[in-house]
Write a protein that binds this ligand. Structure first.
Ligand SMILES: C[S@@+](CC[C@H](N)C(=O)[O-])C[C@H]1O[C@@H](n2cnc3c(N)ncnc32)[C@H](O)[C@@H]1O
Length: 236
């Protein structure tokens, strides 16, 4: 897809994770953000990072991602809200600047696996708190779901064991509910779905329609209620 459609794709999403506004506020409360350095690894456009900075003026923030489209959106949002934050285009897997607080939400794959992410993040936060968001199998997956999400996804008990093994203590645990999931999936499709409605005869329309139909079909048939997503506030 071209730059115009790429830029449009996620415009209806508040953030790139199944998360309601009240749930986000709860997680930020549990992170006890009262100063120091907060790094968001795999930040996307860093909306949660910006919310954290808005509520904790003493906090210094850095967002790290490889996707320049997301980073540019984050920089524009920060400027419009008068928030000082650094958005860095870099590979989060190699990030080794210690911080008192970190976010890693939907980005464990950057480190290779859940276990590798939790171990690496323990080096980034030698003492402090981590907001860790990751997928897990909420119900036994069928072959198609396993094919889409790969062989490494854990169950929630196994994910908690991995956190424990990496030296983290669970301070908070919650999971995305069905409305958060449905809203996430719907908003992830909405940018292109609205474009398609307005441009049915565009030469790019068949490709966009195929992507939208496949994504909705996979969600409803293969992983709705099967793929879970947990938010852990971890301390060490
Ligand atoms: C599911 S999104 C989560 C974004 C964000 N944490 C949020 O909640 O909105 C995963 C992010 O990981 C980023 N990513 C992928 N590989 C990366 C890498 N090697 N280093 C940094 N970010 C990476 C993608 O560009 C994407 O923005």
């Amino acid at each position: 897809m071209d730059d115009e459609l790429n830029a449009l794709r996620r415009t209806r999403m508040r953030w790139n994770t199944p998360l309601s506004e009240p749930h986000a506020e709860l997680l930020l409360d549990r992170m006890a953000l009262d100063g120091g350095h907060l790094v968001d690894l795999g930040c996307g456009w860093g909306e949660l990072l910006l919310r954290a900075l808005a509520r904790a003026p003493g906090l210094r923030g850095t967002g790290v991602d490889t996707d320049e489209t997301g980073l540019a959106r984050g920089r524009a949002a920060a400027a419009s809200r008068g928030l000082a934050v650094e958005f860095r285009q870099a590979d989060a897997a190699g990030w080794d600047v210690p911080a008192e607080r970190a976010f890693c939400v939907g980005s464990a794959h950057v480190f290779g696996s859940t276990k590798a992410a939790l171990e690496r993040l323990a080096r980034v936060v030698p003492s402090g708190r981590l907001l860790y968001g990751d997928g897990f199998w909420a119900a036994p997956p069928g072959p198609a779901a396993r094919e889409i999400f790969g062989p490494d996804l854990l169950t929630l008990p196994d994910l908690l064991d991995a956190a424990d093994g990496a030296g983290w203590r669970v301070l908070h645990l919650s999971t995305a509910d069905q409305l958060e999931w449905d809203d996430f999936e719907s908003t992830s499709r909405a940018g292109w779905a609205e474009w398609l409605t307005a441009h049915p005869a565009d030469p790019r329309a068949p490709g966009v329609r195929e992507w939208l139909d496949r994504r909705l079909r996979e969600y409803v048939r293969e992983y709705r209620g099967v793929l879970g997503f947990t938010y852990l506030v971890l301390g060490r």
